[in-house]
Write a protein that binds this ligand. Sequence first.
Ligand SMILES: Cc1cc2nc3c(=O)[nH]c(=O)nc-3n(C[C@H](O)[C@H](O)[C@H](O)COP(=O)(O)O)c2cc1C
Length: 199
Amino acid sequence: MKVYDAVISRRSIRIFKEKLVDYSILERCIDAARLAPTAMNSQLCEYVIVDDKQLLAGILNSVVLWGGVSKPAGGWSPEKKPLAYIVVLVNLELEKERGCGRSNAFIDVGIALENMVLVALEQGVATCIMTGIDKKKVGEIINAPAKYEVAAMLALGYPDEKVVLETADESVKRWVDAEGVRHVPKRKLEDILHRNRFE
Ligand SMILES: Cc1cc2nc3c(=O)[nH]c(=O)nc-3n(C[C@H](O)[C@H](O)[C@H](O)COP(=O)(O)O)c2cc1C
């Protein structure tokens, strides 16, 4: 899979088949995150793979936002849920010691996430980056020591939903149609690209 094709075809997926993601694929994702660029080569991020059945339930419950909607009253679907997560943590002691700054640390988190997303995609595994989560709860579930801050989470699995791109005009609001297809509007290239100076 070419990088451009992967970037263009990737969509966040939130409905998954009941098929486990091989541990080796999850490990490969983290290896790709490990080698991502980091500010001052500070490498503050650490990762926890969650694929234990009991822990998965708690992690799913800690999700607050799922696809731009608040948590439904009955909770998330017990089937079709992710069967693996990668929790991304920032080591706060290292952050202090290496002095790369908060905003750089969070850029690093984003780059690491995207490395994992693309490497997973190459293996046929879909993902959804998540920050709409109860980070304290996630930290408790994975038993994270105090020196770590939960920064984000990646849900992973084999896709079981169709997502299509739309062109955004005014609104970037996403919607799901009667067939269950999710529509994701993106701003046009000409609306976001400026050459040299703003007109
Ligand atoms: C930093 C970040 C945080 C996100 N947090 C959530 C989240 O909490 N819940 C969720 O369902 N999607 C989350 N997403 C996924 C976005 O909703 C998704 O990227 C956006 O709707 C565009 O869709 P696409 O990824 O298919 O292009 C997040 C994405 C990013 C980059």
